[in-house]
Design a protein around this ligand. Structure first.
Ligand code: 13P
Ligand code: ZN
Length: 271
């Protein structure tokens, strides 16, 4: 059996959490990640018949029975993941009852998965329905995106449109736009259900006055989506209080989307 600490998926998670922490997106225990793994790959590192503990999920994840995820721990600091992955991360498999997580590795101090697991697993289910290749759900509190929540209408069309105007690449990177939820109590099944509903339509979902969710086939893809939104939000926050004398016009966004061949939300433009 190979050493799980050297497994590519553990190394990737360590690097990703460290990166997100250094970007200031994940203060204290802010943010969480779940990454669906390939059973054969995990089997090279862990005995899949050895369940360390069983942890109740508190919601129904029947659609994910047998699926394995590496997930950040609740209350754990992204800052510390790199130095101590076995305490701050865990590898879980959804048990045959669909309501229990079987711990295969990690959470070594007796901890458990993120409090946002309902939003993560419900989003995985929703995204797999749209894109069978989806593997990652990522939640974070990026500074400028969050700042923008306080000064910009929390309206999907307006929020997306403003960000599309901020960087030329935006409409190409997230042509499907951004779903927006109002402030809701986090860590609940209700916010999980609301997030998953948005995920049927969007790969990015803003949680009003809280943070953002991004998804993708890989950690890079989910990270890149959030990174692009955060960059655009930063430009917005740097310019929102100044007279705007130039902008990317809607006709130019159409040009971009057509040139790069992306399927964009035409109803999010004002043409
Ligand atoms: P966890 O520590 O449970 O992952 O919660 C962090 C967070 O960002 C809540 O939304
Ligand atoms: Zn959060």
């Amino acid at each position: 059996m190979k050493n799980v600490l050297n497994a590519p998926f553990v190394v990737e998670m360590r690097r990703c959490c460290a990166n997100m922490y250094r970007l200031g997106w994940d203060e204290r225990n802010g943010g969480n990640i779940s990454y669906m793994l390939n059973e054969d790959e995990v089997g090279e590192y862990l005995d899949l018949d050895k369940v360390i503990r069983e942890i109740p999920l508190g919601f129904d994840a029947t659609a994910l029975i047998g699926k394995i995820f590496i997930v950040t721990g609740t209350g754990k600091y992204f800052k510390n993941v790199d130095a101590d992955p076995a305490c701050n991360l865990g590898i879980i498999r959804i048990a045959p009852d669909g309501k229990t997580a079987e711990l295969l590795w990690g959470y070594e101090d007796g901890g458990k998965f993120t409090s946002e697991l309902p939003a993560h697993l419900m989003s995985h289910i929703a995204r797999l329905g749209v894109d069978p290749e989806n593997r990652v759900v990522m939640h974070s509190h990026p500074t400028h995106t969050l700042a923008m929540n306080y000064v910009h209408p929390l309206d999907e069309k307006k929020f997306t449109h403003t960000l599309w105007e901020m960087c030329t690449e935006c409409i190409v990177v997230f042509p499907d736009g951004i779903g927006v939820l109002p402030w809701m109590l986090c860590g609940t099944n209700s916010i999980g259900e609301a997030t998953a509903e948005k995920m049927k339509e969007f790969r990015l979902v803003v949680w009003g006055m809280h943070g953002i969710y991004g998804v993708g086939k890989s950690l890079d893809e989910a990270f890149g989506l959030i990174e692009t939104v955060e960059k655009a939000a930063e430009i917005y926050m740097l310019t929102a209080h100044l007279p705007r004398i130039n902008t990317i016009k809607d006709e130019e966004m159409v040009e971009l989307a057509e040139f790069f061949g992306v399927n964009y939300r035409k109803d999010f433009l004002n043409l």
